[in-house]
Design a protein around this ligand. Structure first.
Ligand SMILES: *Cc1c(COP(=O)(O)O)cnc(C)c1O
Length: 431
């Protein structure tokens, strides 16, 4: 495969951009080699600067749930652009967007739009602290909640990939206010809560984890957290930046039937534009300025072009429930195909899967938390990743990421991915 144009661009990029990229995982450091630079994408396909075509399994880390360059969303954006790009003033579409989010996401009674998932989680934690008058938060090892200071403690995704789950530059004071527990370990949470009674403002988690690879909550875990938070007056925050509008139209909370106090959203909510949101119980959201004393603002928040894209996306998902049955079927077909290949090749690798999210871990351990995710053979993953790329399959370049299916993938595409997976495993394992 010729990627010489990408390589030239990457050389130049490294002169002017730290590491050559604007977000660390894109640099391919976890898998080695040079990143491919993307020129365009349409439906299930993405094209690099050298004209190579790949089938998409990243989909911008989730937002492209309907495939790339969806014409309905394109039209909404073209129409919106005619009326200028930004006003810094309230607009009709923001009201429609808020009303729609409230109707779709079970926990949300009031919602505030922001520009990224990071902003959403930072703001949710601030309002939880204001509301409870407490300072500390609990997060889980390997969960990623964006790059806000409070969350760069035992963080997943790129932070895990680069071995810097605790980032320099986060002050000791901030770090001391973040307590961490192992995922799926209720007893540890209970201990932390007992040791810090009346000091914990919020407990934040990915209700299904995408950022240590795909990891599911075990039976009773979400219920147990809900109970602890109720008993202790702790604000339960579901970070559904990844799972929101993906695992069902109401996210993981609808799928599992557990209602958090606050929810953070991003990715799909912007239809590919930079958008995030946080919302939840009115009683808590009423603390946000200008109604309440907790300050949070944004020059470009609720941007009209971003709202047009997001609104078109959410309206479509809301009105077309078959999206979710299709994604469910695609996820099942793909991962049962992987399981068959594992059996055929005599491998015992773990495939975690829910709906349109999955990760193949190069370990025979059950992956239920960060230590078990880290038991994966990362060198093998790197070989597998490049073998998949060579066969035209574009995956997340790290073991600690989930793949994201789109509705643009047909059965024929899924069969091609299953076949590529078998070939890539043979190459990686020199079978
Ligand atoms: C992607 C992600 C974030 C951060 O969102 P950005 O838009 O990248 O700032 C936060 N939480 C979760 C669960 C995510 O997957």
């Amino acid at each position: 495969m010729n990627i010489s144009t990408s390589q030239e661009l990457f050389e130049k990029a490294q002169k002017f951009i730290p590491g050559g990229v604007n977000s660390p995982v894109r640099a391919f450091r976890a898998v080695g080699g040079s990143p491919v630079f993307i020129k365009s994408a349409k439906g299930p396909y993405i094209y690099d600067e050298d004209g190579n075509e790949y089938i998409e399994l990243i989909n911008s880390w989730g937002p492209m749930i309907l495939g790339h360059a969806n014409e309905m969303i394109q039209k909404a954006v073209y129409d919106a652009v005619q009326n200028s790009f930004s006003f810094g003033a309230p607009t009709r579409r923001e009201v429609e967007m808020a009303e729609l989010i409230v109707s779709m996401v079970p926990s949300i009674e009031k919602v505030r739009m922001v520009n990224s998932g990071t902003e959403a989680t930072m703001s949710a934690i601030r309002v939880a602290r204001g509301f409870t008058g407490r300072d500390k938060i609990i997060k889980f090892e390997g969960c990623y909640h964006g790059h806000g200071d409070s969350f760069l403690i035992a963080a997943g995704s790129g932070a895990a990939t680069f071995g810097t789950p605790d980032s320099p530059g986060v002050t000791k004071g901030v770090a001391n206010d973040t307590l961490t527990a192992p995922y799926n370990d209720l007893a540890s949470v209970q201990q932390l809560v007992e040791a810090n009674r009346n000091h914990i403002a919020a407990l934040i988690l990915e209700p299904v984890v995408g950022n240590m690879g795909c990891v599911l909550p075990e039976e009773g875990f979400l219920e147990g957290l809900r109970k602890i938070c109720d008993e202790e007056g702790i604000v339960l925050i579901f970070d559904e930046v990844m799972t929101g509008f993906r695992l069902s139209k109401g996210g993981a909370q609808e799928r599992f039937g557990i209602i958090p106090d606050l929810t953070t959203l991003g990715k799909i909510i912007g239809g590919g534009m930079p958008v995030g949101a946080y919302g939840g119980k009115a009683e808590i959201m009423n603390w946000v300025s200008p109604l309440g004393p907790v300050y949070q603002a944004g020059t470009l928040s609720g941007n009209p072009i971003a709202m047009a894209a997001g609104l078109a996306m959410l309206n479509y998902l809301n009105e077309n429930p078959e999206v979710y049955s299709q994604l469910e079927a695609s996820g099942n077909k793909l991962t049962s195909g992987f399981a068959k290949t594992n059996a055929k090749l005599g491998l015992d690798f773990t495939v975690n899967h829910i709906g349109s999210m999955y990760t193949l871990f190069f370990t025979n351990q059950k992956v239920k938390d960060f230590p078990s995710a880290k038991s994966s053979d990362l060198v093998l993953f790197g070989k597998y990743f490049h073998a998949m790329l060579d066969q035209g399959i574009y995956m997340g370049p790290s073991q600690f990421e989930s793949m994201f299916l789109s509705t643009a993938l047909t059965d024929a595409h899924l069969d091609r991915i299953i076949e590529a997976n078998e070939q890539a495993l043979k190459v990686a394992l020199s079978l």
